[in-house]
Design a protein around this ligand. Structure first.
Ligand code: PNS
Length: 164
């Protein structure tokens, strides 16, 4: 059994995340989507909301499950017999930071990082940008599963932001 982790904040999950998770699920026997729940970081959605949205978004993948972690990703990988961390690379601008994290993680534990190039249609997609555009009323409905978009619009409207 070769198990991989797809770590991230997923605040919220986008179609770009789902593309990477789907492709990781064809490369490994099992994929654990590991939601970082660092309480120090301010998020739009709670860890439970992010986990629930991921569960619904990944329901069609038989070998994908959702979990969360607080602390070092390498500790989570050790505890769950994860042999590889899968990260999407959108552009060369992602590379420096991702390489640094991959090398740090491999210095902390016996773990490989596998970089998967983002599909071109998602190369500009980031949760932070989606939230920013939606906050100012931009239409991001094509970039997220419909039910995630609904939750995003609802959350922003609770805060008096967004308009679509
Ligand atoms: O979606 P993000 O915000 O890019 O996800 C970043 C995440 C959660 C994958 C990364 O910050 C992480 O691994 N955090 C856990 C703490 C840790 O292990 N830090 C050392 C990284 S080298």
């Amino acid at each position: 059994m070769r198990r991989a982790a797809c770590p991230g904040s997923f605040d919220p999950v986008t179609n770009g995340h789902i593309d990477i998770i789907a492709r990781a699920s064809t490369l490994f026997d099992e994929v654990v989507v590991a939601v970082g729940v660092n309480a120090a970081k301010k998020r739009l959605f709670t860890p439970e909301e992010r986990i629930d949205m991921l569960g619904e978004a990944c329901a069609g993948f038989a070998n994908v499950r959702i979990d969360s972690f607080d602390g070092l990703l390498t500790d989570f990988c050790r505890q769950h017999d994860v042999v590889a961390i899968v990260k999407g690379l959108r552009a060369v601008t992602d590379f420096d930071y991702e390489l640094q994290m991959a090398q740090m993680n491999s210095s902390l534990a016996d773990i490989e990082t596998v970089f998967v190039p983002t599909s071109p249609e998602y190369s500009f997609l980031a949760s932070s940008l989606v939230k920013e555009v939606a906050t100012f009323g931009g239409d991001v409905s094509a970039l997220l599963p419909a039910f995630v978009h609904e939750q995003l619009v609802r959350r922003l409207s609770e805060r008096g932001q967004g308009s679509r």
